[in-house]
Design a protein around this ligand. Structure first.
Ligand SMILES: Cc1ncc(COP(=O)(O)O)c(C=O)c1O
Ligand SMILES: N[C@@H](CCOP(=O)(O)O)C(=O)O
Length: 480
């Protein structure tokens, strides 16, 4: 399997890369995102054979479609030690941790696909635990070290830090938006005292932090000299690992591969739903991908109108589903690449507009005429919707959901179809957003024993302005 950048010129497409070559680096040198040269398409026999696999074996089967430069035995050992019941243990009453992503039916035709039972209680653990193992494997083989630079709106950061803490040859520099995460999310990250974890809060929002990551990665000399790597979903391995649970959820919800399901996906940076889109291209029988945003509705606007209009920092709302406070979705470029017929010249032209602080309008183009082929619908949710959905889900089903999952449930309700199960991706646990749960239900959410009182632990973080040079200087200083 070879990988190409969404912006590859004719010259660079001659130098496609292998999985391990793109694993550590994130963005392509031309600023684009890597995608497989061709999306693997499953045969019916393969899909049938995958139906009964355990999570680690399914992970091995899916990843083998994308990775051909790690020996099969090694990859199998990696998925076996990553996807264990012990790692994904925070499953609710009645759930089976050995399923890793258990399906919880709320009523006939509506289920939650639980993705937040890992160590940091958000779906990011699903891919990040694998990345930690893959990084360790590849770095050891090459005798190299890496300095990860990432940006988080609240969940990627802790998932990456928990996956990488204490790992030899790996240091994490994580940018977070100062004062915009929940107390619990802040405590999860800033209370880590490991020497290889460096938290940096920037006086800005997630998009500005992500722009700094891209600017640093775009400086080829700096990137090479300081061995800068990526763990955000700009890294293809993150998306590939997220493809697995769409298959798992589908098999759990159906009895045969003749059936279809829909998935509702709380969305911000477009990484999670991009994995669903890849699963669909591979041949998973997905009817509809329901994209749900909060008040930051850039993606919803695109799927309704064909206009992609990233918002400025001033126009980006701080909401009660803060991990989705994103107005410039980096992974969206992967989808647009498919929509425009995999034409990198068109992608380059469109992202020249985005990078210049504008957007683009595809509404009158042949590209947007074919949007229905991709099976997306969308909607958005407000704080009041979130409260109402959390209350309704609690009262009607006795299930407590977090604010992001509530956004997914709210939008899913408008797109249910008779005979097609709707699987809503549960992306975080309620304890991460305690204040809103208390506002909605008047009681505090349960929390795992290991995370009792983390808000009271001493915290370690450096606060910086939104300034690429200042971030680079801090990295250089830390690396001595
Ligand atoms: C809890 C939670 N839900 C949903 C999302 C949105 O996912 P994505 O950015 O992959 O669209 C995020 C952040 O990414 C998140 O942390
Ligand atoms: N919501 C994310 C934002 C970063 O997304 P990623 O999937 O690109 O890492 C977060 O919680 O940090």
């Amino acid at each position: 399997m070879r990988y190409l950048s969404t912006r590859a010129s004719a010259a660079s497409s001659a130098s496609s890369k292998s999985f391990c070559e793109i694993l550590l680096g994130g963005l392509a040198p031309d600023g684009g995102l890597y995608l497989p040269e061709t999306t693997p398409r499953l045969t019916r026999a393969e899909l049938d054979a995958w139906r009964t696999l355990s999570y680690p074996d399914l992970a091995f089967a899916v990843l083998s479609k994308f990775i051909d430069d790690i020996p099969a035995d090694d990859l199998k050992a990696i998925t076996a030690r990553t996807y264990t019941a012990e790692t994904y243990a925070y499953v609710r009453d009645g759930g089976d941790a050995s399923e890793v992503t258990p399906l919880r039916w709320l009523e006939p035709g509506l289920a939650l696909l639980e993705l937040s039972n890992g160590p940091t209680l958000a779906f990011k653990d699903m891919a990040m635990q694998l990345l930690g193992a893959l990084f360790e494997y590849v770095l050891e083989k090459r005798g190299e070290e890496i300095n990860i630079l990432g940006a988080t709106s609240g969940d990627t950061g802790s998932a990456a830090e928990y996956a990488m803490r204490g790992k030899r040859g790996v240091r994490v520099f994580m940018l977070s938006p100062h004062g915009r995460m929940s107390d619990f999310q802040r405590a999860q990250m800033y209370s880590l005292q490991d020497e290889n974890i460096v938290n940096i809060a920037v006086r800005g929002n997630f998009d500005e932090a992500q722009d700094i990551v891209k600017a640093v990665s775009g400086d080829a000399d700096f990137k090479a000299r300081y061995r800068i790597g990526a763990v955000n979903s700009i890294n293809w391995a993150r998306v590939a690992a997220q493809v697995i649970y769409y298959f798992k959820g589908y098999f759990a919800a159906t009895k045969s591969n003749d059936e279809k399901v829909s998935f509702a996906v709380p969305s911000g940076n477009f990484g999670n739903i991009c994995a669903g889109h890849i699963a669909r291209l591979m041949g998973l029988p997905i009817d509809t991908l329901v994209l749900a945003t909060n008040e930051n509705d850039v993606l919803d606007e695109f799927f309704r109108t064909g206009v992609y209009r990233p918002r400025s920092a001033a126009e980006t709302h701080t909401t009660s589903s803060p991990s989705m406070d994103i107005s410039k979705a980096s992974n969206f470029e992967r989808f647009i690449y498919e929509l425009v017929g995999r034409d990198p010249a068109v992608v380059r032209a469109l992202w020249a507009e985005v990078d210049a602080g504008r957007g683009f309008d595809l509404s009158q183009t042949p590209y947007f005429q074919r949007i229905a082929e991709f099976g997306f619908v969308s909607g958005s949710s407000t704080h009041a919707d979130r409260l109402a959905t959390i209350r309704k889900t609690w009262e009607q089903y006795g299930v407590m959901v977090d604010t992001h999952t509530a956004d997914g449930l709210k939008v899913a309700a408008a797109h249910r179809q008779a005979g097609v199960p709707m699987l809503v991706l549960e992306t975080a646990q309620p304890v991460k957003f305690e204040a809103t749960i208390v506002e909605a239900l008047g009681c505090t959410p349960p929390r795992p024993a290991a995370l009792q009182g983390i808000e009271q632990l001493p915290q370690r973080v450096t606060v910086l302005d939104v300034d690429v040079a200042a971030v680079k200087a801090l990295i250089v200083e830390q690396l001595g």
